[in-house]
Design a protein around this ligand. Structure first.
Ligand code: NAD
Ligand code: ZN
Length: 356
């Protein structure tokens, strides 16, 4: 299956399916003719699993590899610097190509390396997580600063996304849950029938049928890219993608990053945003049924123990998407119909109190 993502200045293809990695050399030959060097950036786990077959596939090209630590440890200044050093030592030039092989962390890092090496060289994303259906599309690339996540970055689009679902088979359950929460998010903010489809077809994340995986990844990408295409630089509707993230980010930060995956925290944030939507946006929706379904998928649906509501509210006020004293929330007037609302800290505290 090939989905074409269009943005305001560039259109790039997204290949999704079992075995689509075979497209990689074909794409490079056709669209990156004369490539002088390919630098693959991957993490230790993904590299250990999938580097060998990819090197095999790319045996006709001059390839170098940089292995970085897995997860957020990839998105540091030190690792970024090491990648640039490797790119210089391997003598990459403007006609070279960076290939990101891994999840969202490797994708964000590699994209930022590509965006800034010699003022920008082409890169291709090979996502290996469910979450990466979200991160590989939309053109945001970044590393972290000790003062804040994703604070140093840019908007930079890949030449192509090659999403081979064979690579997802080794993905641990907690990572599946993390990524699938964003799929649920995409359904809730834009397409009630997609939500219904997910709810009636996905009853376990351990054994996802291949065709269903392809279908929901493709649909999630389609939804995200439609929103991004309309609002590449986040001046308007792109904010809808933040559904569930206002509280989700606060939970992640309060617990300490890594204690709970991003998507699992966002899922709790979405349940809270749905509760707010019922109260403030006139949403009519059966939160109970959703809650039962996601519990069956292994999600935690209650606020983690020991978090202070006051501290969560302080975090939400500090969110780069909030304004002044009021906290900005994406709420749903209906499923598929998001809108931005601003609520006071008192209102949020009161609702957090009812959300136990
Ligand atoms: P990740 O890249 O950190 O991967 C999670 C873990 O799973 C890592 O330990 C990795 O080694 C392992 N892994 C990856 N693929 C695997 C596979 N196929 N088999 C076995 N193990 C595998 O995490 P992620 O959840 O994909 O991405 C999270 C990152 O994405 C965060 O840094 C977040 O900020 C970023 N993000 C970016 C955007 C964006 O628009 N750019 C959007 C959402 C999230
Ligand atoms: Zn997210």
């Amino acid at each position: 299956i090939e989905h074409v993502v269009k943005t305001s200045f560039k259109a790039y293809p997204v290949y999704i399916g079992e075995g689509v990695i075979g497209q990689l050399p074909i794409f490079i030959k056709e669209k990156q003719a004369g490539v002088t060097k390919i630098l693959i950036i991957t993490d230790e786990i993904v590299g250990g699993l999938y580097l060998a077959p990819i090197l095999q596939i790319l045996s006709a090209f001059p390839v170098e590899v940089v292995k970085v630590p897995g997860g957020e440890k990839a998105k540091t200044f030190e690792v970024y610097y090491d990648c640039q050093t490797a790119a210089l030592q391997y003598k990459l030039d403007r006609k070279s190509l960076i290939v990101a092989l891994g999840g969202g962390a490797v994708g964000d890092l590699s994209g930022f390396v590509a965006a800034t090496f010699m003022r920008g060289i082409p890169f291709i994303q090979i996502p290996t997580t469910i979450l990466a259906h979200d991160s590989a599309v939309g053109g945001k690339v970044a590393i972290n600063h000790p003062e804040g996540k994703n604070m140093i970055g840019s908007f930079y689009q890949p030449e192509a996304v090659i999403y081979d679902t064979n690579f997802l088979k080794s993905l641990p359950l907690s990572e599946r849950r993390s990524g699938f929460a964003e799929v649920i998010k995409h359904s809730l903010i834009s397409d009630v029938s997609f939500y219904q489809w997910l709810k009636s077809n996905i009853s376990s994340l351990e054994s996802i049928r291949e065709d269903e995986m392809v279908q929901f990844l493709a649909k999630g990408i389609e939804i995200k890219s439609a929103i991004v295409a309309e609002d590449e630089k986040e001046n308007g509707i792109r904010a809808y993608l933040n559904f569930g993230h206002t509280l989700g980010h606060a939970i992640e930060a309060e617990m300490g990053y890594g204690k709970m995956t991003h998507g699992e925290a966002v899922l709790i944030g979405m349940l809270f945003a749905l509760q707010l939507s019922k109260k403030y946006a006139g949403l009519e929706f059966d939160i109970e049924t959703l809650t039962e379904w996601v519990q069956q998928l292994g999600y935690q649906t209650k606020m983690p123990e020991g978090l202070s509501d006051e501290k969560l509210v302080e975090r939400m006020k500090g969110d780069k998407k909030s304004v002044g004293q009021r906290i900005r929330f994406v709420l749903l007037n209906e499923i598929g119909s998001p809108e931005l609302y601003e609520l006071s800290d008192k209102e949020i505290l009161c609702e957090l109190n009812h959300f136990k």
